[in-house]
Structure formats: C-alpha cells, structure tokens
Design a binder for this molecule. Structure first.
Ligand code: NAP
Length: 317
C-alpha cells in the first residue's frame, strides 16, 4: 500500500521544512509545491507551481490525505503599498489556486490545513484574544482578513465557527500562527544575533505582548489538524503563555548569556528597520493570544513557557 501523502504548498521555507520532517517521521510521503523545484535526496518530491494558475500540479492533490498551504511573500519587508499588494495577493491567490485544484480532482484531500496569522487581531494591547475575538485594524489585520476570507469563502458554511463536514467535503482547518520560534528561520536567529552583540534590549516600551510558539509544537498542531477528524474551523496556533516583549528579551538574554542590553527606543527601531529593509511594526504590535481550542481538545504543549522554549533553541545557537 502506498503511504499516506501530504502536499505542502509553500513547503520549501522555514515552517514547511519542519512540517516535512515531522510528517515524514510519522510515515507520510511528502510533496512540496514550489516556484523553484529542485532534486532532493530526502525522498520529498518538489512540484512546480506558480501559486496563481492551474497547471499539471493539481493532480498531486488527487488521493492525498492532506493539503497544507503555507505559501505567501515573507511578511518581514517594509509595508509599502506595493509590498502590501504582493503580501495579500500571494496569499489570496495561492488559496484560490488550491481551492480550484481541490474541486478538479477525482479524490479530493480529506483535509486542507491553511496557514493564517494572529496579525488578524491587529494591535490588541493587553486584551486576551481567543479564536472568537474580532478582526483588528491596520495593515497586518487587513492582509490576514483577506487571506482568511479567501479560505473560508470557498468553504461550506460554518456553524458556530466550526465547519460542517460531510462525506463530500474536504475538512478545513485554519491555523492563526503566532511568532514561530525555531533555529532555521523566522525572527529568532536575528534576535539571537542582535542579543549576542548587546543589542537585545526591550523594543520600544517593552509592554507589548508577544504570542510565540515553538516550531516543534507548531508542527504537532499541523499533525493534529490533519489527523483529528473532529477538528475544523479556526485555531490559534500559539503557546499558552504569551509574555511582554521586555520579558521575552530578558529570557533571550539569559539564554544567550548576555545579562544586560540597553533598551531600543521606538524611533531607533523604525530607523533600523528602514536601513535593513525590515518592518519594525512587527516587533511593536501587541498580541496576547490564547490557544483556547487547542487547550480544550487536550493538545499537549512540549514547550508551554518561553524560558524552556528559548533554552531549548539557544542551547546550540
Ligand atoms: N514564521 C512565522 O513566524 C509565521 C508566523 C505567522 C504566520 N506565518 C505564515 O506561515 C506561512 C509560512 O511561513 P514561513 O515562515 O515558512 O515562510 P517562508 O520561509 O517565507 O516560506 C514561505 C514560502 O512561500 C513561498 N512563496 C513566497 N512568496 C511567494 C509568492 N509570491 N507566491 C507563492 N509562493 C510564495 C516560498 O516558496 P517557493 O519560493 O519555494 O515557491 C516560501 O518558501 C506564511 O504564509 C507566513 O505568513 C509564519
């Protein structure tokens, strides 16, 4: 019998690489949809797509256990009008392309797990946001809202925020992902480097909340999305204990043995962001999110606290 197959769109990046390893370790075959396919030695088949139009790639979804869509231009670029159009377009278009492919295949995937982001809640100060919290305002929230609307808009109707599943429906799960902490990408390697250079002070007031998740826990959340047939609708994919930026940076300094760094005022963050082509608002926005649905379903976090997560990830950094 051929192994169960997971197709990961946008699976060549930071999260996709971790998901590939996690699913392979659990006996799944993995195919990756990418704009730049290459030969790989790890048994993963890379298939060309453009994240936009239909093509021969749609057949890879036929009979697959799951399709996971992570595709989208990296959010850490200056949020100029042009970049915002590309950030939104790359997400919305890839969602539409996957939806169209699912509707074309004889045997659709049982489940579609879609990446979203907690940017959906906007700058929420110190208010707790579970999955029922409303969309926020601002550029990030707008991008996330359009992204989700494209995904949920192509689905059967939702009852109480949860999808009605029927035999013909591909079950759908949307993970609103927080700041992912891992070794191979995302924000952490940059923050570790800055902290080692004594530039790891709190950002701005330091009072903004950071809702983070360890990459290993996130990979297991995607496994749960695929394997738990009772699961559908929106999940906050974050750890259970968000912390303020000041606390996060304090724990990071401890993990990399730099007891003190001067605070980084907001104007310096904005200037620095402009110089290195990054988006400073990502470090200044406050999001205090609760993984309510994951907790209710008994998901076990391997890294519930930021100190243990950073200790684990910085041990060999
Ligand atoms: N990392 C985080 O902390 C975090 C937090 C919240 C949400 N997320 C979301 O999770 C998803 C995966 O994140 P990641 O950190 O793994 O990102 P990543 O490393 O940048 O990978 C995203 C992948 O999307 C593809 N892509 C980039 N631009 C594209 C475009 N214009 N059209 C189609 N595909 C494009 C790329 O694949 P190819 O170049 O091979 O085509 C890339 O490997 C993203 O949608 C991101 O917004 C991430």
């Amino acid at each position: 019998m051929s192994p169960r197959r997971v197709v990961i769109a946008g699976g060549s990046g930071f999260i996709g690489t971790a998901l590939t390893k996690e699913f392979q370790a659990r006996g799944y075959g993995v195919a990756v949809l990418t704009r730049s396919p290459r030969e790989r030695a790890d048994g993963v088949r890379e298939i060309e797509w453009d994240g936009l139009r239909q093509g021969g790639w749609f057949e890879s979804l036929d009979g697959a256990e799951a399709v996971i869509n992570l595709a989208g231009k990296n959010i850490n670029c200056p949020h100029t009008p042009r970049n915002v159009r590309e950030l939104t377009g790359s997400r919305v278009n890839s969602v539409r392309a996957v939806a169209a492919a699912i509707s074309r295949v004889a045997q659709p995937p049982r489940v579609w797990a879609q990446a979203g982001a907690i940017g959906f809640y906007g700058d929420a100060s110190d208010r707790w946001c579970d999955e029922a919290a409303p969309a926020g305002r601002g550029t990030l929230a707008n991008i996330c809202r359009d992204w989700e609307a494209a995904f949920l808009g192509t689905a059967p109707p939702l009852a109480n925020g949860r999808q009605e599943t029927g035999p013909a429906a591909t079950r759908r799960v949307l993970l609103r992902i927080g700041m992912v902490l891992g070794r191979g990408g995302g924000a952490l390697p940059v923050l570790v480097r800055l902290t080692k250079w004594f530039l790891g002070g709190r950002a701005g007031s330091g009072r903004q909340f950071v809702s983070w998740v360890h990459l290993g826990d996130l990979a297991r959340m995607f496994v749960a999305a695929v394997e738990r047939t009772d699961l559908s609708g929106v999940l906050n994919a974050v750890g259970p204990n968000p912390v303020t930026n000041a606390e996060f940076m304090r724990q990071l300094r401890r993990a990399v043995h730099r007891p003190w760094s001067p605070p980084v005022p907001e104007f310096a963050m904005r200037l620095g962001g402009r110089l290195i082509g990054a988006e400073p608002s990502l470090a200044l926005i406050s999001q205090r999110c609760a993984p309510k649905r994951l907790t209710e379903m008994g998901f076990e976090f391997q890294f519930p606290d930021v100190d243990s997560a950073l200790e684990d990830l910085c041990r060999m950094a």
